[in-house]
Structures are given as C-alpha cells and as structure tokens.
Write a new protein. Structure first.
Length: 677
C-alpha cells in the first residue's frame, strides 16, 4: 500500500516503500517482506509496499519514506518538487494562474514579497529533464549536421552518377520508357541506398551505444533508461527514408529531364554534367560550410575542457582514496557521537598497512561545498555587509593528507576542541576577495552564529560552482575550514541532512587496494553504517569535468566524419572532373600544356569551392556558437585561434582531396586519348 495521511506528518510512524530492484536484491522477492522492519537513519521502519519493476524515478531510489514536511528542522526549507495532476478539462494556463496565486500568498510570508521568486507549473518531462535538455539538444544538432552533410554528399555523388548515366537513360526514353518510369527507378535506387545505410547505422549504433551509456550515466548523471527500442528504430527508419527521398529527388528529376536528341546526338562525346555542374558545386560548398560549423563547435568545447584540465588543483590527488558515508542517522544527532566515530575509525584506518594518513572532511575538492554567509566582527570590514563563503569542517590531518599547502599561520590541531577558542582557516581566495590589504590572522568572523578566529591561510583548491556564469564550472572560491570537534549539535544535524562527510586516505601503493581495509575498519566501529561508495581523488576530479568531457568527446567524434565527408565531397567532384575532361586534357597536352598546368587547372576549382565553404561556414559558426555560450568557458566563443585553426586544417584537407585525383593526369598519353576519342 501507499503511505497514509497519519504517517505523512511530523512524528508519524516510520514506514517505507521498497523499489522492485531493492526488494529483489535484499529480500529475494519474498512477499513476506511486507510488515518486516528495516533500520533506516538509525530508526525502525515498517515495510508497507513494493513498487512495480517498470517504475523509473530520478535518483534511482531504493526505497521511499513519507515526506513529513514541517516548519522546523529538515522540512523547513524550500528544496521540494511539487507534483500535481491536472483535473480533466483543466488547461495549462489555468493551472499556472492558480498556482501563481497560491504561491503569492505563501511567498509573501516566507520571503517578504521578494519579486524575484514565484511559483509556476511546467510539464513533468520538462521539469525532470531541464538540466539535460541543452547538452542533449547540442548533440542532436551535431548529429543532425553530420546527417545533413552525409545526405548532401550522397546527393552530390548521385548527381555525378546521373551525369554518367545520362546516355543510358536517353536510350531508355528513346525506346519507349516513360519519364515517370525512369524517375521512379532512380528514386527506388536512392531508397535502396537509404535502407542499406539505415541497417548499417542501426548496427553501428547498437555497438556504439555501450560506450555512450558509460559516458552519459557518469557525466550527465542520467537516471533515465538509454536503450535501442522500437521508437528509436522507427525514428531511424523514418529519417533514412525521408533523407533518401529528399536528397535523391534532385538527381532523379535532373536525369529524367534528359534531352534525348542532344544526348544521343553527342555519341557519348564531351561532358554530360552541364546541367548539374553548379548544383554539385553548391552542394560541395554546403557540406564544407556545415563541417566548419561542427568543427568550430567541437574545437571550442575541446578548448573549454582543456582549460578546465589546466586549472591548478591545489592538492595532490595521487594515491588518495575517499569513502563517503551518510551520517543522517538518529545515532549521530550530536557532535560528540560524530567525532567519536571520526576518531575511532581514523585510528583503525591509520593502523592499516600501506596507509600514510587519513582524515575526514565535510567536502572534497572539485565538489560543491556548503555555502554560508559570514560577517567580520572586528576591523574596518565589520561595518560592511559581510559576504559568502564555502564552509567545511575537517579533522586535523585533512590538509596534510591532501597535501594542501599551509600558506600563513598555523594548521588545525588536536587541541582545537569544543571547549577551546573557536578557530577557522581561510583560503587565499578568501583573503584576495575580502581582505586584500590586511593581515587575516587574528581577525574574527561570525559564521553560522559562531564567532571564530582566523588562525591560518591555506592554498586554493578547485570547487564546483554549481554552474555559476561568473566563475565557470570550477573555480577557487572563497572558503573557510573549521575543526570538526568544534561543530555544534544543531549544525551537525543541518549539514548532514544535505551533505555526507568523506573519509580521505593516502596510501603508499594503489589506492583501490585499501578499500577493503577501510570498509572493515568502519564496520569494526559501527557495523550498521554503510559506505556509500569509494572513489579515488583522480575519479573525483574526472567526475567534476564529466559533462564537459562528454560534450567535447561526442562533438569531436561527430566532427571527424563531417571533416571526412567534406573531403570526400571535394575528392569526388575533382575525380569525376578528371574522368569527364580526359579528352580535353589530352588535347591540352598535345598542344603543349605541361602536366603541372593541367593538374593545377583541374584541382584549383576544388580548392576555391572549399575556400568558399570555409568563408560561409565561418560566418555561420559565429552565429551558431552563440547558442553554445553557456557551455564555453576559459575561451571566447569567437576565439580567433579556433576559427583560424579549423579554416586552415579544412583547407589543407580539401587541397589534398583536390590534388590526389589529379595524379591520374600524370599517366595520360595524349596520343592514346585522342585515338580512343
């Protein structure tokens, strides 16, 4: 069953509903699980229901508890998602108006009529995918661009093939075949190409999907299923058939309009592409231009990822493993119990062979930290409004284990306890922002209602900014650190509601080898306290840049075939020109032209077309990258280096694609060519 109203109130009975996967894994699909008691957050809870297997929810929850919202404690904040279902016949504008009116009254009491905050309603899918929408749309656009380049390329080749078959089709028309029959035949051939490409693409997609899953789940924190289902297959088939029809239409129309008398009268002599020469050239320009747009976008995202990788970490990530544990537990509601757990577990971990040091911190580098407001209580800054800082409690060896340098003053020590002077360390970013001309040592700040003395300054570490447009994805934000032993009971309950502390262990060898020993050390202190996961600090760093890596790698992966297709388009144009102009070239050679002159004359149009495509594509890219502005950091969206690099690289590839087919001209014998003609 579901939760009752009695259970969903403050102080109500402890009950849980299990996910189907958790029920199978932990209860072996036993129907008798209903009514059994599980200990959650240190309290007994009765199992009242199991959800169906097909349910997929954000966060991949193992079980659910009643919300029990309240006006104090965990329930007093505003971090909720409210889900509603519209009544039959209700409209979205009506629902939005009703919720806005309701929210106006509630927010008036909560935020004193803050005009920047309002309540509104959005469709469930939009609300659940808001953070994913932009990066996935960028990838859709990139994939669509590659598809378009491929289709343009095929259309260009079909035009070339149509020119070569013009005499054949003229003969068919002359002996009685209707133009409709010829048109349908050519369109059917185009559809066969599309079907073959669709089958190959589906097989390739099935194989590539495994790699995409590995990257996407970690980088984008997806909870939705990614699978090749009927909808995906139907979409692939539909797009393939549509692309085949649209891009096979022009060549089919071109050849079905062949002038029978002129074509048969030529007896096969001369070029047959007069009607479609400019069409093919425009198609080559189009695919080069689209390739430029994709390459520039990929280049900017790669430069962004490179800029993030180049940031100075501020610590040594080698040989460090972390273990995260949730302390949102009734048994750890006070500072005394929490610090007893820290001390006992760290003593056991330090005794493990191969462990060089161990500590606990509320937050880790590259992760999002607790943000709090503070005020100076002395000095000229005491008259100001204070500021914001990230805050974290740490045990004394935290900075030693991570090798974060102590720049000024003293470190935190075992003597900094609950009955001694409340102290804190600040980082260099804090000093630069709030005390640019003063000595921070001895200054006092009021943080979370507690006045602390600044006793030292440590080096900066990179932190997750929460997507701040001002700082970028990662930055050395102003930060404060204070002893875990000096954290009050109220603050312990508050921070452990939203954050889980991490045990940080430096090892002499491979860090993964220490995981089992760490787990046993924690179990020896508290067998009921599970470790959420182990991660090396290298993995923490990699995860922090996961989205940027995912976007850069996938866009670069799509840009490579776009470049190759553009080069193939130029190559095919010049190659067909070599074949079609063989007689003309033989005559030129017979009249005294050098082979270098003929090669240059044939290759130059391809280079000129590529240059035109680069110019057009660069102009399009300057407009397109505006939509990527929020994904680009550490480099300007109009970065000249990226644009010039793409232009030069593509021109070099296009030049090679233009010159390579002309090498055949070196083997032409003018006498033989003219004799054959």
């Amino acid at each position: 069953r579901e939760f009752s109203a009695e259970e969903d109130r403050t102080g109500g009975p402890g009950v849980v509903v299990l996910s189907h996967h958790f029920w199978q894994r932990s209860f072996r699909s036993d129907p008798g699980a209903i009514g059994r008691v599980v200990v959650l957050r240190g309290k007994p809870n009765v199992v009242v229901g199991v959800m169906p297997a097909e349910l997929v929810t954000p966060g991949s929850a193992d079980l659910w508890t009643p919300l029990q919202a309240s006006t104090s404690g965990e329930g007093e904040d505003e971090n909720y998602r409210v889900i509603l279902r519209l009544r039959p016949g209700a409209t979205w504008p009506q629902a939005i108006a009703d919720v806005a009116a309701l929210g106006q009254t509630a927010l008036k009491e909560q935020r004193a009529e803050d005009p920047s905050v309002r309540l509104t309603v959005v469709p469930l899918q939009q609300g659940l995918t808001e953070e994913l929408r932009t990066p996935l749309l960028v990838l859709w656009a990139a994939a669509g661009t590659v598809l378009l380049i491929g289709c343009v390329n095929i259309a260009s080749m079909l035009l070339a093939r149509a020119a070569g078959r013009a005499r054949e089709m003229a003969t068919r028309l002359a002996i009685g075949a209707g133009r409709g029959i010829v048109f349908r035949q050519l369109l059917a051939e185009s559809l066969l190409l599309g079907v073959g490409g669709c089958l190959g693409g589906v097989l390739l997609g099935y194989w590539a999907l495994r790699g995409v899953k590995l990257m996407a789940y970690d980088s984008l924190h997806l909870w939705q299923r990614i699978e090749l289902d009927g909808r995906v297959l139907a979409t692939a088939v539909l797009i393939s058939l549509l692309a085949s029809l649209v891009f096979g239409l022009l060549p089919a129309l071109q050849i079905s309009r062949t002038d029978i008398r002129m074509m048969l009268g030529e007896s096969g002599r001369g070029t047959t592409e007069r009607g479609n020469r400019w069409a093919r050239r425009l198609l080559v320009i189009a695919e080069v231009a689209l390739a430029v747009v994709l390459l520039v976008s990929a280049g900017l995202l790669l430069r962004t990822f490179s800029a993030l990788r180049a940031l100075r970490p501020g610590f040594d990530a080698s040989h460090v493993i972390t273990a995260q544990l949730s302390l949102q537990d009734a048994r750890y509601a006070g500072s005394k119990q929490v610090n007893l757990l820290f001390n006992q577990s760290l003593d056991r971990i330090r005794a493990l062979p191969g462990v060089a040091g161990a500590a606990v911190g509320l937050g880790l580098p590259y992760e999002r930290q607790l943000r709090m407001g503070f005020k100076f209580t002395d000095g000229p800054e005491a008259q100001g409004q204070g500021g914001n800082t990230t805050s974290s409690y740490v045990t004394p060896d935290y900075f030693t284990v991570l090798r974060i340098p102590l720049v000024h003053g003293r470190a935190l020590g075992e003597s900094d306890g609950p009955k001694t002077q409340q102290v804190a360390l600040v980082n260099e970013a804090f000093v630069r922002r709030y005390l640019p001309s003063g000595d921070p040592l001895g200054r006092h700040i009021k943080l979370a209602g507690v006045e602390r003395e600044v006793v030292g300054v440590v080096g900066d570490i990179q932190q997750d900014t929460g997507g701040s447009a001002k700082y970028g994805p990662l930055a050395a934000l102003p930060a404060t650190f204070f002893p875990a032993a000096q954290v009050g009971d109220d603050m312990v309950q508050m921070v452990h509601t939203w954050f889980s502390p991490s045990w940080v262990v430096r090892t002499a060898g491979e860090p993964e080898a220490a995981a089992l020993g760490i787990q046993r050390a924690v179990e020896a202190v508290d067998p009921q306290l599970p470790i959420a996961h182990f991660r090396t600090m290298t993995q923490v760093e990699s995860s922090a840049m996961g989205q940027q890596r995912f976007q850069a790698v996938l866009l670069a992966t799509l840009a490579i075939p776009a470049l190759l297709l553009a080069a193939l388009g130029v190559y095919s144009l010049i190659a067909s020109a070599v074949v079609e102009r063989t007689r003309e070239i033989g005559i030129r050679l017979a009249l005294g032209a050098t082979r270098w002159q003929t090669m240059r004359a044939v290759a130059l149009p391809g280079i000129v077309l590529a240059l035109t495509g680069v110019i057009v594509g660069s102009a399009l890219a300057r407009v397109t990258v505006k939509s990527l502005q929020h994904l680009i950091w550490g480099v300007q969206a109009t970065d000249p280096g990226t644009f010039v690099g793409v232009a030069v690289g593509l021109l070099l590839v296009a030049t090679a694609a233009s010159v390579f087919p002309t090498l055949r001209l070196a083997q032409i014998n003018p006498a033989t060519t003219l004799r054959e003609e």
